[in-house]
Design a protein around this ligand. Sequence first.
Ligand code: BTN
Length: 234
Amino acid sequence: HTIHYEVSCPSTQPIAHQMAQSGAPDGSIVVCEEQTAGKGRMARVWTSTQGKGIWMSVIIRPEIPPTKAPQFTLVAAVAVTRAIEDIADVRAEIKWPNDLLINGKKCTGILTELQADMDRVHAIILGIGVNVNQQVTDFPEEIQSIATSIQMVTGKTVDRAELVARILHHLEIYTDLYVMHGFEPLKILWESYSCTLGKRIKAIMIHQQIEGLALGITSEGILQVKTDDGQIHG
Ligand code: BTN
């Protein structure tokens, strides 16, 4: 595996994309101390304070068609949840699709990007941002009420290298499980960590926005929502 380390960079994602394009093998990672232009999902900004979190992109090359990529995002959420549990002895909950919350506040975000053609995924660039050792004032004011870090919850400083190693360990295990046995075992795990099911949610998707009760996820990894007219979507 290649480990590419930067002290400071705009974002680990484009570096990992470049590496993947140049043929970097499965399991290669880009990790840094600080991102000056960290990217979140839906074109949001991801605050990546120097030395306080895990800002990393992992190149994964599973043999799956592009249609299965959304499932893979859920696999990653399970792996990171397990790693946090092991290292910090705290249980994070997964908010659909792949935000990790502790005490209802966000401590981890996952951004899944693809290099693929019609029928084959060449690489998944899995961007993982974990708030590890921040104090509340390390976050911009506008997210202080919705963001948290592992240290804020446990009162203990976590060794980031240990957590990185554990995340990679679980990513490998769950990727293998997924590739060998399909989504079913992962679906059960994801649901057991989820705080979304049984709640009223508003799902914002590319083509539509729906509101209703989150019932479960399908074997395709799609959230099932029952709207007030009784219709089940997903
Ligand atoms: C989200 O919740 O919106 C996803 C956040 C993903 C953040 C990580 S940090 C490492 C990688 N590089 C980025 O610029 N973003 C991802």
